[in-house]
Every structure is written in structure tokens, then in C-alpha cells.
Design a protein. Structure first.
Length: 406
């Protein structure tokens, strides 16, 4: 992935700006398969009901190009896209998806154009706009890099990932895997990790198979999906209500229709009523710190597991608040201030985590909005099933139950 000089610089700043304390927690060094590694995959695109027809639930945008659909003896669908149109064309899903795991095989010759697979995108009669997982058979070989079609351009390239670039073989069937969970998008090419990118613009949207403008001939097959559903967003603080927080009794905090305000003369603290669950989730705070220091405490700081972060002001400018995001994934936890990850980040704490936000004397701060982004029920159930599966120690025949939270 191409490194962003601004983010790199801010990460170094993050080391200076963060003071963290970790309470005792036993370290788990056992590596278990990711929860999504054994989920049930189903065909994403159904076979057409009639010869030369577009599959039900899909439509063509842009072009003109030719899409052909062939069903093999095993019942698997192969899609062939070809053309030399002046504009891009897409075979687009009619419905939107949220979190998912998609796998497919793709074949394209080195000199037969460029392609891609749209995720979480919008579509009209002429084009698709949104995230595109690149299919690039050129010498550059950025296949499975992340491009924002019709908007911001490249988000994550393979410029610094030689292993992933070398994994793609033009003219052969290549297996692509895409995992999108909340704001985190990851890709693999022939089982080689390619990109791991955070982006907060779109969490839902349509799929699309791209036939690029100019000469392009591309084929897809074995197209499978594990659909984890569309996430839900729960507001725990907005202009109408702050019922998601409890204000500690020592004073120093007031709330009104604009948010929760911390008194600079005394400092104060609030605690979320709903813990951050032990599933992929995002706590999104809209906050302003004009001066002073905000303390964010995750979990049990006294008995563990717990983690504390000190965030100095200022945050927010020109009358607009900044953002503080706490991200929980199955393999890590991250804290971002204005979308810049703080280094070092929190350890991978177990279990649901309470959240306490406090300020020290002399701090002028306001939390104007707080949302909790949560996975759909089907994703939670898939994770629970994975955690309940037995874990086999490769060094012995004993089998134990993976009932831990990670």
C-alpha cells in the first residue's frame, strides 16, 4: 500500500501526543484461524434464466460492451466481458450489500485491457461510482489495489507490496479475495495479502464487474459471497438526547441540545451505558478540545483488562469539531484522531469494554455527537460460531474449545 506522507508524519506525532497505560492482562500468543475463514460461501451471480439474458438481479451500466454467461458442467457460472467502448461498462448488482467476504477467479491477458470489481458503489445507466478492487495485468501489476472510481482515485496501491504484485499472473486464473467489515477493506491475490485499508466514506453499496473503456477482454468464474448483512448505527448522543452516557456525580459536566460540555474549572467525566461489544465495531465521537487534555479509558483500569489514552487539544478548528474513533476488529483495536491512527495503539483487549471519557482541570471540551456502528446479526452469529469451534494444537492431539473472545 502506498504510504501517505501526511499520515506517516501524524503517526509520529501520535507517539508524542499519546500517553497510555495498560492494566494487567494475560497475553494470548495462540494464533487461531480468522472467524471468516470457514464461513459458508454461496454464488453471488445466478445463472441466467434464458440464453443471452442478463442474470436476474443484475443490470448493465455504461458501455456498450458484450457480457456473456456460460454455465459449466458443474453448474458454475463463468462471466465473459469484452468490448472496445469509449467508456467503462459494468455488470451491476441491483441490490446493495454491507459487510461481506467475496471470492472469485479472474483471467485477463497482459495486453487485453484493464478491469476491476466494484464494491459498496452506486450505479446509474451510465456508470458506477465508488470503491473498485483493481484488476491490472500490466507491468505495474496493482491487482487488488483499492481505487475510488469516479471520485478520489487511488486509495491504496501495491506500490510497496512487491509480493502481492508478483502474485498476479496475466493469462491465468487468479483467485481474488475481498473482505469488507465496517470501514476496513482487505484484499488478497492468490492467498497473498495485498491491502488493508480504512475508509469511512461508504459502508454499503452495489457490486459491479467492470469492462474498462478501450479494448478489454476479461473472464470471471467461481464467484462466491458470504453476506454478513448491513451494519446498524446506534446514536448514543445527538442534539435531542444524551441518554447513552451517564454523568459522574462529582459535577463538572453539563449537557444541552448541543452536546456534553466539560467544565474547564473542575474537569469532569462521563461513562457510556452501552459497552463497546467484542465484535467488529466503531465508536465515533465528534469532539472539540480547545485546550487541555481529554482522557479516554477503555475497560477496567483498576482490575484489567483496561487501557488509557491521553489526547491533548486542540481538536477541531474553524468552528467545526474533530473526530475520535475507537475501532474494534477481530485481530486488533485502533484509535484514530481526525482519521489518523495513534501510535502505539491499544492492545487487543478481551470482552465488552466500558468507555469512560474524562477531562482534567483547565480543559475546555465538548462532545457533540456519539455513534456506535455495530455488525448485523448474521455477522455476530458467524463470529460466535467461529469462536465456539474446537482449536487443534498442531503439536499435540488434544482439542480444546475456542471460547475466548478473540
Amino acid at each position: 500500500m502506498r504510504s501517505n506522507p501526511l499520515v506517516t508524519g501524524c503517526r509520529l506525532f501520535g507517539i508524542l501526543m499519546v500517553s497510555a497505560t495498560v492494566s494487567a492482562q494475560e497475553l494470548d500468543t495462540e494464533v487461531t484461524p480468522p472467524w471468516w475463514s470457514d464461513v459458508e460461501m454461496k454464488p453471488l451471480v445466478p445463472a441466467p434464466q434464458e440464453p443471452n439474458a442478463v442474470p436476474e438481479g443484475w443490470s448493465v451500466a455504461g458501455g456498450p460492451v458484450r457480457f456473456a454467461f456460460n454455465v459449466g458442467p458443474d453448474g458454475d457460472l463463468e462471466i465473459e466481458g469484452s468490448g472496445a467502448a469509449p467508456r467503462n461498462a459494468f455488470l451491476a448488482s441491483d441490490r446493495s450489500y454491507g459487510d461481506f467476504l467475496v471470492e472469485f477467479q479472474v483471467m485477463i491477458e497482459r495486453n487485453r485491457g484493464n478491469s476491476g470489481f466494484q464494491i459498496r458503489s452506486t450505479a446509474d445507466d451510465d456508470r458506477m461510482v465508488g470503491y473498485q478492487v483493481e484488476i491490472d495485468p500490466s507491468e505495474r501489476s496493482w491487482s487488488t489495489g483499492l481505487y475510488d472510481e469516479g471520485r478520489r482515485g487511488w486509495l491504496a496501491t501495491l506500490e510497496d507490496n512487491v509480493t502481492a504484485r508478483d502474485a498476479f499472473v496475466p493469462g491465468k486464473w487468479n483467485t481474488i479475495r475481498i473482505l469488507a467489515i465496517g470501514p476496513r477493506i482487505r484484499t488478497w491475490i492468490n492467498d497473498v495479502p495485498a491491502i488493508d485499508h480504512l475508509d469511512f466514506v461508504d459502508r454499503t453499496g452495489r457490486f459491479g464487474f467492470q469492462v474498462h473503456s478501450g479494448r478489454c477482454d476479461v473472464r470471471w468464474r467461481r464467484i462466491r459471497i458470504a453476506d454478513f448483512g448491513i451494519r446498524k448505527n446506534e446514536s448514543i448522543l445527538d442534539g435531542a438526547s444524551s441518554s447513552g452516557f451517564e454523568i459522574e456525580s462529582n459535577g463538572g459536566v453539563r449537557r444541552d441540545e448541543t452536546g456534553i460540555h466539560f467544565d474547564a474549572a473542575t474537569g469532569g467525566a462521563v461513562t457510556t451505558k452501552m459497552p463497546i461489544p467484542d465484535f467488529p465495531s466503531v465508536l465515533d465521537l465528534e469532539a472539540t478540545i480547545t485546550k487541555g487534555l481529554m482522557l479516554i479509558q477503555l475497560g477496567d483500569m483498576k482490575n484489567g483488562p483496561g487501557y488509557g489514552i491521553r489526547i491533548p487539544g486542540p481538536i477541531g478548528k474553524d468552528g467545526k469539531p474533530g473526530s475520535i474513533r475507537v475501532l474494534r476488529s477481530s485481530d486488533r483495536m485502533r484509535v484514530l484522531v481526525d482519521d489518523v491512527p495513534l501510535v502505539p495503539g491499544p492492545p487487543d483487549l478481551d470482552g465488552p469494554l466500558s468507555l469512560r471519557i474524562a477531562t482534567v482541570v483547565g480543559t475546555a471540551a465538548t462532545i457533540s455527537r456519539a455513534d456506535l456502528d455495530l455488525p448485523a446479526t448474521m455477522e455476530i452469529e458467524a463470529i460466535r460460531q467461529a469462536r465456539s469451534r474446537p482449536v487443534v494444537d498442531s503439536d499435540q492431539d488434544a482439542v480444546e474449545t475456542n471460547d475466548g473472545s478473540k
